[in-house]
Design a protein. Structure first.
Length: 774
């Protein structure tokens, strides 16, 4: 099995660059020789200050809008929402700086190769110039929180390197101790989203400074000389050079004031650098490898085909031309696991729209957490692909949102509990953003993410985490729903002002509307949350007025409806859609990642799910990376391996850059749009591949439920089933030959392969290889 992305030419742009990261400190490396650039991000460097004035909605206007919507006056309700019930835009994720190193002696070069070794999280480059081989490697260390670079020449004293450190933000730089460059500056006070027309989109206020930051580059040459010229470090006639990069900023934590001291920022950088002083590069690398590999090596996936000795970009082009390459699917699987480990670790922020990698001061969609599908999709594979520690940043963000969202629930919706709308930034803004109701007015973000973090409990069965961290978040989100729901004359509870994310319909006067009542997605997410709350309260032996109200309203949520064309309805009424090929598959959240529509309990609705997908695709849907990734998951749940593989291949061939980053095309809905990397498609497809091989969401461990014919043999080890059960699978000629289970707790489980289902007793820590009943 090959776990290396490699190329025979330098990366000329961000979309060709290869990423490194330790959860919070990330970089992409690109540039054409003789110069290469390390574009650096730190996950907590954002525009803004967190001191934004809170908005709110007049209660009389809120009630008027609710009445209009419930009475069918959707357009009028939407006008009220857009004129009086929205807030301000989020802030944006910022790039910190760029370290550039150039080779003045290199005029021409040959035998160029750069590679990302996924097994070691090392980015390596080599080339030959003047018959001398030059090699470099770079990684971002989680244990030491530094970026480390080693550059060496194949012959003694043949290495000349010039280092510089710059930023796209406002900054100043200084030489430190003769072998270091320090940059200090401030992020903008405010950045308008890229889709908002503005003459001054990036604002630096003198009286309201943005967040301070610092970057420190230190260079160590083993031989040769080092001198300073024009603020740059020149290493001459060396054999090997080591460089370390540390960064910091003024973010002190949730609801804590920013530290505006550049001196304090530098001191953080200096202390990080001091901790590795006197330690060899080999030891820094060893600690990095020890930390990273204990997560990455848990899972192995191979489809039993020899790997071609072909660069990754060429393999991608061959796949586009119709050639098969099973190994590329495996490489993509492992790459996406690598991206999660690199962008979400204990102590970091969660992986955002671009993971942690952005080189723009005005990133597309602010590079924030978009929580009407994208952030959820990022975290779908964390459990099944055995990276449970990567959940921690998401759980912590939800805890913080549940505090910030209490004001949003009261001020904007007149409800208890907490609410979050479709965009969240570092400052945990949970209010509706400005703009249009179709995306901005959607208080279900916290509801959906609460279900997402409950998955952590399902995989770990950690009652302490459930009781102290997850259940309080779920309880607050459910409390909001209890107040927000309204009982209609049919006796069922609906959300009174509802949107189906980013989609619209025509009302009876052929006016385009987004606002109605009781969209299917709203009902599905609340149903899933209430189900989880009831289950969790029983596990924790909690019974009170709250749990009784949840049970009551859970039983009085409206049934899912089937539309006139046999499709699962998107709204409470079977409206005419403006865009029947819309990129969002929102109603199907009940089917995936949710479970309230499933083949066991609601088989009569499966046809309506299939019809919904069919109509979307007939009208051009599924063409965006993350949307295509969702299709892989739908077809895995439908046990249709052929279609799942079709859309996996389509995602790679139509929606992936040469560096295998997911590609999001312009939507054509606003100014400032451009093709952009967006990481959700990477993670969504990873989960889809894992669900093709193993599913456990229905309380049954299903083996190879959606294995395509094109994968007749293969092996996967280390996938995780709910209940903390590691599963190993090996198959040949399309038939399962061997299955192993290792459980974290003693338990009896149901196992299913094809049409055969059986019970299996597992003892804690004891591996069991099960025979497959015929």
């Amino acid at each position: 099995m090959n776990t290396k992305l490699w190329y025979q030419s330098p990366a000329a742009s961000f979309s060709e660059a290869l990423p490194i990261g330790n959860g919070s400190l990330g970089a992409v490396i690109y540039g054409t020789l003789p110069e290469e650039s390390v574009f650096i991000n730190q996950d907590t460097l954002w525009s803004g200050t967190g001191n934004r004035e809170k908005g709110g909605v007049d209660r009389a206007l809120l009630n008027k809008a609710k009445k209009l919507s419930l009475a069918g006056s959707y357009y009028e309700a939407q006008q009220l929402v857009e004129e009086h019930m929205l807030g301000d835009y989020n802030e944006s994720y910022m790039p910190l700086g760029v370290v550039k190193y150039s080779f003045p002696q290199v005029k021409e070069y040959k035998n160029y190769r750069r590679e990302l070794d996924l097994g070691q999280a090392l980015l390596k480059t080599e080339f030959v110039s003047g018959d001398v081989r030059y090699q470099s490697e770079i990684f971002s260390s989680y244990p030491d929180n530094v970026i480390a670079i080693k550059i060496r020449s194949g012959e003694a004293n043949k290495l000349d390197v010039i280092f510089n450190f710059e930023s796209r933000l406002q900054y100043f730089s200084a030489i430190h101790e003769g072998n270091g460059i320090v940059i200090s500056g401030n992020a903008p006070s405010h950045v308008e989203p890229n889709y908002v027309p503005s003459h001054h989109p990036v604002v630096y206020e003198k009286t309201d400074l943005g967040m301070p930051f610092c970057g420190y580059l230190r260079v160590e040459n083993q031989d040769g000389g080092l001198y300073i010229e024009e603020g740059k470090l020149h290493v001459m006639h060396a054999t090997e050079v080591i460089a370390y990069i540390t960064v910091s900023n003024g973010y002190e934590g949730f609801q804590k004031p920013i530290s505006y001291s550049h001196k304090a920022c530098f001191e953080k950088c200096r202390l990080l650098m001091e901790q590795i002083s006197g330690i060899s590069y080999a030891l820094v690398k060893e600690r990095h490898l020890s930390d990273y590999t204990q997560i990455f090596k848990r899972v192995y996936f191979d489809l039993g085909e020899p790997e071609p000795e072909v660069p990754t970009d060429e393999r991608l082009r061959k796949l586009k031309s119709g050639e098969e390459d099973k190994g590329l699917y495996c490489l993509y699987f492992h790459y996406n696991r690598y991206l999660m480990i690199a962008s979400s670790r204990i102590g970091s922020q969660p992986s955002n729209l671009q993971g942690i990698w952005s080189d723009s001061t005005r990133p597309v969609w602010s590079s924030n957490w978009t929580i009407n599908i994208n952030t959820e999709m990022n975290y779908w594979p964390v459990g099944s692909c055995n990276m449970l520690e990567c959940y921690e940043p998401l759980i912590r963000m939800l805890e913080e949102m549940s505090i910030a969202g209490q004001e949003t629930a009261v001020r904007f919706y007149g409800c208890r509990g907490w609410a979050a709308n479709h965009n969240v930034d570092l400052w945990r803004q949970t209010e509706p953003v400005d703009g249009m109701a179709k995306y901005a007015y959607w208080p279900m973000g916290g509801v959906w993410l609460s279900a997402q973090i409950y998955d952590y409990y399902k995989y770990t069965r950690d009652k302490k985490i459930l009781e102290n961290r997850i259940y309080p978040v779920m309880r607050g989100a459910a409390c909001f729903c209890l107040d927000w729901l309204v009982k209609r004359e049919d006796g069922y509870y609906y959300t009174p002002l509802s949107t189906s994310p980013e989609n619209t319909f025509y009302d009876c006067e052929k006016r385009e509307c987004a606002v109605s009542f009781g969209s299917t997605m709203d009902t599905a997410l609340i149903r899933e949350l209430f189900k989880n709350v009831v289950e969790a309260s029983e596990i924790l032996d909690i019974s009170d007025d709250f749990t009784e109200e949840v049970k009551e309203k859970y039983g009085l949520l409206p049934a899912y409806k089937v539309g006139r064309e046999g499709q699962l309805q998107e709204w409470a009424e079977d409206f005419e859609e403006k865009d029947p090929g819309h990129r969002h598959f929102s109603p199907l959240a009940a089917f995936h990642p949710g479970t309230t529509i499933n083949k066991y309990n609601t088989p009569e609705l499966i046809k309506s799910v299939e019809k919904f997908i069919e109509r979307r695709l007939e009208n051009g849907g599924g063409h965006i990376g993350w949307s295509c990734a969702w299709l892989i998951n739908f077809y895995a749940r439908l046990e249709n391996g052929e279609e799942a593989l079709h859309y996996l291949k389509r995602l790679l061939t139509n929606s992936s850059y040469d560096n295998l980053f997911d590609l999001h095309p312009p939507l054509g809905e606003s100014e400032g749009e451009r093709e952009v990397f967006q990481i959700d498609g990477n993670f969504g497809s990873l989960n889809g591949m894992s669900e093709m091989l193993l599913q456990s969401c229905y309380g049954i461990i299903e083996l190879l439920p959606a294995l395509p014919k094109a994968w007749p043999k293969g092996e996967v080890t280390g996938l995780l089933a709910e209940g903390g059960i590691t599963v190993d699978l090996k198959w040949k000629d399309g038939v399962l030959k061997e299955v192993g289970f290792l459980s974290a707790a003693t338990q009896e489980v149901s196992v299913k392969y094809r049409d055969v289902q059986w019970q299996l007793y597992l003892q804690e820590g004891k591996k069991v290889y099960a025979s497959i009943p015929s």
